[in-house]
Design a protein around this ligand. Structure first.
Ligand code: SF4
Length: 73
């Protein structure tokens, strides 16, 4: 068995209106919202995941995507 860790690098504030999703800014769902985590925070989370034995580390974000090659990516 392999353990994996996923972090939500951007929570909520999404401009899309997917009715099933708590991260859409169209609805007051009470979730914690925040913009993109900085690289240092993601490195810290990666190290923590490594230390507890995760063999994979996934980064997900709310929204339609972040284009590869852009500063946000
Ligand atoms: S985060 Fe994804 S699923 Fe959720 S509202 Fe935005 S586009 Fe839709």
């Amino acid at each position: 068995m392999d353990a994996c860790t996923i972090t939500n690098a951007k929570s909520g504030l999404c401009s899309e209106n997917c009715k099933f999703c708590a991260q859409s800014a169209f609805y007051d769902t009470g979730i914690e919202t925040y913009d993109l985590k900085d690289v240092e925070k993601l490195h810290e989370e990666y190290d923590n995941a490594n230390n507890i034995g995760s063999s994979k580390f996934g980064v997900v974000t709310s929204g339609r995507g972040i284009k590869k090659g852009t500063k946000r990516f």
